[in-house]
Design a protein around this ligand. Structure first.
Ligand SMILES: Cc1ncc(COP(=O)(O)O)c(C=O)c1O
Length: 393
């Protein structure tokens, strides 16, 4: 099963053995750093790939295998590789796929640390990074040269919620024999299906919606087994693996993934509609609103629009905007998104204070901007809370 019709069943059962060690219903946590062999013959059999099993914790763990199978089933992907964080996952993929002289092209609204890794660090190994305006497929195509190996985008993007037309993105890549990566952290396998659209690699910061409880870091790369094989080998060398305890929490969080996404989607849409109708709100960025520039693309590419809503306060300076943030009672002031608890932040203060105003302007980060990551609280409670916070200015 990998059909979205079976999403809740997959969330609960996929990847798990029916009968588990000790007859436990839940997966026991395997704390082993190493795994013993009953004989030299067994070591030889394992090395000749005749005996699938674990060897050493850096190369794999039974909890990890279960989580990877469940994540692959949810994504409709052949394979998944789990990492200690979303950043570890993207670094693992880029370090495997790119060599000196290669080029990579990004849509410019991609997660800023991913772009920073390429611009500041992959450049030290001779990899060239090009950035083009998000959604400008012609500019992306023009940026491709015979050295280009990978096209990268996020969908939807953060905090502007621009949605990529996956068909167009894949078509550009295919015309030039280039591979593609979509960071679908905000989209999740519940809301977007990049693999079905022909994307080669999908990345998630599983820290967000997949784990869903703001209590762990994890990352995953999904795609075809053959394309991922060297990525898995390099992960075994880089050592960016997750811990069995964390993976247990991830597996537990995934059980309710489908249910949580239904509420995140419902809360996001209701809050976005409330804000769009509020006189003190200047602009709302949410792909489920007809006013959003990517609404038509979102309708075609998304099953739900997620819990993240960005908005600007009419005529407010940064201090008045901060007053709204400080006045809410339910969302906590924190970075991140995708957990059961709603989180709120002012992007200027949380992530962009170091940038000069003209650079912030260029990134579309305004002093009066607020990013709200709706959790799974009751919809009306979130709306009532925002209403009273907006009355404070
Ligand atoms: C879209 C996106 N991609 C990747 C990452 C990196 O994930 P992690 O924090 O799990 O390393 C983040 C984290 O905020 C993100 O928002």
């Amino acid at each position: 099963m990998s059909d979205t019709d079976h999403f809740s069943t997959l969330s609960v059962h996929a990847g798990e053995a029916r009968q588990k060690p000790g007859d436990s219903l839940t997966d026991p946590i395997f704390c082993a750093s190493t795994y013993s062999f009953e004989s030299t013959a067994a070591v030889i059999e394992y090395n000749e790939k005749k005996l699938p099993r674990e060897e050493y914790g850096r190369y794999g763990n039974p909890n990890e295998k279960t989580a990877e199978k469940k994540l692959a089933a949810l994504e409709g992907a052949e394979d998944a590789i789990l990492y200690s964080s979303g950043m570890a996952a993207i670094v693992g993929l880029l370090m495997t796929k790119l060599s000196a002289g290669d080029e990579v092209v990004f849509f410019d609204e991609c997660y800023h640390r991913s772009r920073e890794f390429c611009v500041k660090h992959m450049s030290r190994f001779g990899v060239v990074t090009k950035q083009v305006k998000t959604g400008d497929y012609a500019a992306m195509e023009q940026a491709i040269t015979p050295q280009t190996k990978l096209l990268i985008s996020e969908s939807p993007t953060n905090p502007h919620l621009s949605v990529i037309d996956l068909e167009k993105f894949v078509a550009v890549a295919k015309r030039h024999g280039v591979e593609t990566l979509i960071d679908a952290t905000l989209g999740t396998p519940h809301n977007i299906r990049p693999i079905a659209a022909g994307v080669d690699y999908v990345l998630h910061s599983a820290t967000k919606y997949l784990a869903g409880h703001n209590d762990l870091l994890a990352g995953v790369i999904l795609g075809k087994t053959a394309q991922l094989e060297p990525v898995r080998k390099l992960r075994g060398i880089l050592g960016a693996i997750n811990s069995p305890h964390n993976i247990y929490l991830l597996l537990r969080g995934l059980k309710t993934f489908d249910l949580r996404m239904e509420r995140h989607n419902a809360n996001g849409l209701a809050v976005a509609r409330f804000l769009a109708a509020h006189p003190k709100v200047e602009r709302v960025y949410y792909p489920g609103l007809e006013s959003h520039p990517y609404y038509e693309v979102a309708k075609r590419n998304m099953r739900g629009f997620g819990g993240l809503v960005t908005f600007t306060i009419r005529g407010a300076d940064w201090k008045q905007t901060a007053r709204v943030v400080d006045s809410v009672k339910i969302p906590r002031i924190a970075p991140s998104l995708g957990g059961v608890e709603s989180l709120i932040e002012q992007p200027l203060v949380m992530s962009y204070l170091d940038y000069p105003p003209e650079v912030r302007e260029q990134f579309g980060i305004y002093d009066n901007m607020i990013r709200l990551a709706c959790g799974i609280e009751d919809t009306q409670d979130l709306i009532d809370d925002l209403k009273q916070a907006l009355e404070q200015i």
